[in-house]
Design a protein around this ligand. Structure first.
Ligand code: ZN
Length: 253
């Protein structure tokens, strides 16, 4: 299996073999270049399973999908998205950022009381999060869980990596917290899309049984397409289930 440990061992063996057989310097450069590409791919593909095991979809046999929203609770859109989900009776998972919770406790309580689940998306969501040492990452994740516990009295078991980036330090931190790392297999690109019509069409085209769809409850494009998106999903015969039901894992300790 292509993972960090096995790949690193294979690369070291290849370098040794090249040295023993007297290969030219550019062979070493090529090997190291390929290694760098693999490390990069492993970091930026949340579903690569390169550094840590992530759950990215449910069983493909059932026509079920799960909605997930990252980066809230946000004053901008979370409440309006909750209104849509309530109106359409659709469950979802919200991967919240801990530092957004103080001041937004009522929003967090509302997410919980309306039957959605709350996951850990780190406390800081810091742009340099992926450069943190494992112990600092672990502390960050635990701080987020403490915030959730303070407000709604439960401790999340699901963690979604900030920016979807993974590395060996994050793998260690997640292992220590005993949380489950959750990715996605449909990324809506709602934070960068400038065309809601196109965003909607691309999402509908990529629908597949067992999908975990990544949205953000911080952008109006998501809010604007959500009602029609839910209707279209159901028209195509898909059932919207809560993430924990889709992957058959418990959401809280
Ligand atoms: Zn995020």
């Amino acid at each position: 299996m292509l993972n960090f440990r096995n790949t690193s061992i294979a690369i070291i063996l290849l370098l040794l073999l090249s040295w023993i057989t007297g290969m030219s310097w550019y062979v070493f450069v090529i090997i190291l270049f390929i290694y760098s590409l693999l490390l990069f791919w492993g970091s930026y593909r949340v579903d690569s399973q390169f550094y840590l095991t992530t759950i990215n979809n449910g069983r493909p046999g059932k026509k079920q999908i799960a909605l997930s929203f990252d980066d809230g609770p946000a004053i901008s859109c979370t409440a309006a998205i909750l209104d849509v989900l309530k109106q359409k009776t659709a469950p979802a998972a919200f991967f919240c950022i801990g530092k957004n919770i103080p001041g937004n406790e009522l929003l967090l309580e509302r997410i919980h009381s309306e039957g959605h689940i709350i996951g850990n998306h780190s406390y800081s969501h810091h742009p340099l999060f992926d450069l943190y040492a494992a112990s600092r990452m672990e502390q960050d994740l635990l701080q987020m869980n403490s915030e959730v516990k303070r407000v709604i009295g439960v401790v999340p078991c699901f963690f979604r990596p900030p920016y979807g980036v993974t590395n060996p330090n994050l793998a260690k931190a997640v292992k220590n917290t005993r949380m489950k790392a959750i990715g996605w297999n449909i990324r809506s690109m709602d934070t960068v899309s400038r065309n809601e019509e196109k965003l909607f069409r691309q999402l509908i085209r990529s629908l597949q049984p067992g999908a975990i769809i990544l949205f953000h409850d911080t952008v109006t494009a998501t809010l604007n397409i959500l009602p029609a998106f839910i209707e279209e999903i159901r028209r195509k015969g898909f059932e919207i289930v809560r993430l924990d039901q889709l992957i058959n894992e418990k959401p809280y300790e």
